[in-house]
Design a protein around this ligand. Structure first.
Ligand code: ADP
Ligand code: S3P
Ligand code: MG
Length: 173
């Protein structure tokens, strides 16, 4: 949460002339309510069930840039869908910076606790190895602007597969 998936993903899609999808936005569109309302009514388990179904559906799409929610890597089936479905980027950001970016936001139910930095540290410890397992490309400490991160990704993509315009296929598969 706060790594920049939604922001950088949207910028990247624009630069690649591809459709942008955010799995959280898709879940909100499908349910007609905001993410915090889903957590309130169905709990985290209910949200994770909806998230898995959405990830299974959206990873069938081709030629899109997709941002996920931060907890997507917890479920092995989600990880398999991501690996099969596309080129996966992990924006590896420290818990301290994640905290700075999310501290004034009320839209992330898991961070509405007395000590959100401690929660972010716990989540980071649990999730970081899973992200590294699933990622084709890890961007370490992408602390510069979201524009600069998108620009960096464009350069990396063309360096890794200069002749390939469509990054919906996983060049590492
Ligand atoms: N590289 C970046 N540098 C500075 N601020 C960023 C960067 N990426 C995202 N942000 C800001 O951090 C906040 C969280 O970004 P967001 O894209 O919602 O993250 P995520 O989708 O990974 O939770 C937003 O206010 C966004 O403008
Ligand atoms: O990390 C998580 O478990 C979550 C991250 C959120 O998305 P962002 O990573 O885009 O904030 C959203 O899916 C939900 O609040 C749960
Ligand atoms: Mg997001």
């Amino acid at each position: 949460m706060g790594a920049g998936k939604t922001t950088v993903g949207r910028l990247l899609a624009r630069r690649l002339h591809k459709r942008f999808i955010d799995s959280d936005h898709e879940i909100e569109a499908r349910t007609g309510v905001a993410i915090p309302v889903i957590f309130e009514i169905e709990g985290e388990d209910g949200f994770r069930r909806r998230e898995s179904q959405t990830i299974a559906d959206l990873t069938q799409e081709r030629s899109v840039v997709m941002a996920t929610g931060g907890g997507v890597v917890l479920n092995p089936e989600n990880r398999a869908c991501l690996r099969r479905g596309g080129f996966v980027v992990y924006l590896a950001v420290s818990p301290e910076l994640l905290f700075e970016r999310t501290r004034h936001d009320r839209n992330r139910p898991l961070l509405q606790v007395a000590d959100p930095l401690a929660r972010l540290k716990e989540l980071h410890a649990q999730r970081d190895p899973l992200y590294r397992e699933v990622a084709d490309l890890v961007v370490e400490n992408p602390g510069s602007s979201a524009q600069a991160v998108a620009q960096y990704l464009l350069r990396e993509f063309s360096r890794n597969s200069p002749e390939q315009e469509d990054f919906s296929c996983n060049p590492c598969a």
